[in-house]
Design a binder for this molecule. Structure first.
Ligand SMILES: CCCC/C=C\CC(=O)SCCNC(=O)CCNC(=O)[C@H](O)C(C)(C)COP(=O)(O)OP(=O)(O)OC[C@H]1O[C@@H](n2cnc3c(N)ncnc32)[C@H](O)[C@@H]1OP(=O)(O)O
Length: 292
């Protein structure tokens, strides 16, 4: 392990005084952008929050965005929100996944802060007692797919958008907790087939393997179905629901609680390796070429 990483780990551990690093690492992030990257709209009748990712052009997951998302989840939990619907303000992209610029040619300590923030925000979303639904109204590759998989129910707008964990196509490896989320939705066979090839699924294919639960034809329908899913819990005692969700998701929660620092170390080593850097460079070039 290189010295710089060791010192990052030391600083993070000292800052929080324990092996687990709860909450987002706010003091490491840059000055926050005054414009919100995420909009929250709570329905006054139902108490259900629509959380709209609004970070143009493609809702990439970077440190400020993830910090804000972590803060939103904490706030909704504090206010005893009845449901959380995750969607996007874009007409074509749910989220383009991790911001490759947080990993490409980034110093190891910056990568470490980024990954720690991702780990914490993911855990908050994955384990929250609030019923969660992803209203997937656009493409959801890699980290975008992870966000959707972390919710309890997925409604996807079809047929033209795609979803999947495509990391191997970039020459990087989806970590075990991404894989656990995928396996919980589609089972081990489909997970291996999907992840080894980095397959992006059409909405119909995603429905067929259970990667999403419902197909609809536009965002309004997606939001309506999401509300219906949350309404199913109106008469279920919240504590029993929350604990049952925790038990069901124990593997992912346990992985993150126990392996957070090992996972961080692996990420920084893998992402900074010459082959991963080369893969990202080529991928970024291809994206740029496509957009010009
Ligand atoms: C050990 C590591 C583990 C890592 C685990 C997870 C990895 C990830 O999540 S990696 C990210 C994987 N994401 C993708 O593969 C998606 C890439 N993006 C796309 O396929 C398309 O952008 C998308 C289909 C989402 C949208 O297409 P368009 O609407 O046509 O937009 P553009 O492609 O023109 O993109 C606009 C603009 O955004 C830049 N961009 C897109 N995605 C990313 C990204 N993930 N990170 C950083 N930047 C991204 C793209 O280059 C364009 O930039 P400009 O050319 O400067 O406008």
């Amino acid at each position: 392990m290189a010295g710089i990483y060791r010192s990052t780990r030391y600083v993070l551990q000292n800052a929080f005084g324990s092996r687990s690093l709860p909450g987002a690492v706010r003091f490491y992030s840059q000055k926050p952008d005054p414009a919100p990257l995420i909009n929250v709209d709570v329905d006054s009748k139902t108490g259900v929050a629509t959380v709209t990712m609004n970070s143009p052009p493609v809702n990439t997951l970077n440190t400020p965005f993830l910090n804000e998302m972590g803060g939103v989840i904490k706030e909704l939990e504090k206010n005893k929100t009845r449901g959380l619907i995750l969607t996007s303000s874009s007409n074509s992209v749910f989220s383009a996944g991790l911001d490759i610029m947080e990993m490409y040619k980034a110093p190891r300590d910056q990568m470490a802060v980024f990954w720690t923030t991702l780990q914490n925000t993911w855990l908050s979303l994955y384990r929250t007692g609030i019923p969660t639904v992803a209203a997937i109204n656009g493409h959801a590759p890699a980290g975008g797919c992870l966000l959707a998989l972390s919710c309890e129910y997925r409604v996807m707008v079809g047929p033209k958008f795609t979803i999947g964990l495509n990391e191997t196509q970039l020459g990087i490896v989806a970590p075990p907790w991404f894989l656990i989320c995928m396996r919980e939705a589609v089972g081990p066979r489909q997970t291996e087939l999907a992840l080894t090839s980095g397959k992006m699924f059409t909405a119909t294919e995603a429905l067929n393997i259970g990667l999403v639960d419902q197909l609809v034809s536009n965002k309004e329908e997606a939001l309506a179905e999401a509300h219906k899913f949350i309404a199913r819990f109106a008469k279920i005692p919240p504590l029993a629901r929350k604990l049952t969700k925790e038990f069901t998701r124990q593997e992912g929660i346990k992985y993150m609680e126990e392996k957070m620092l090992d996972d961080l170390e692996t990420f920084v080593d893998v992402a900074s390796s010459p082959s991963a850097q080369k893969g990202m460079e080529m991928y970024l070039e291809a994206l740029k070429k496509k957009s010009t």
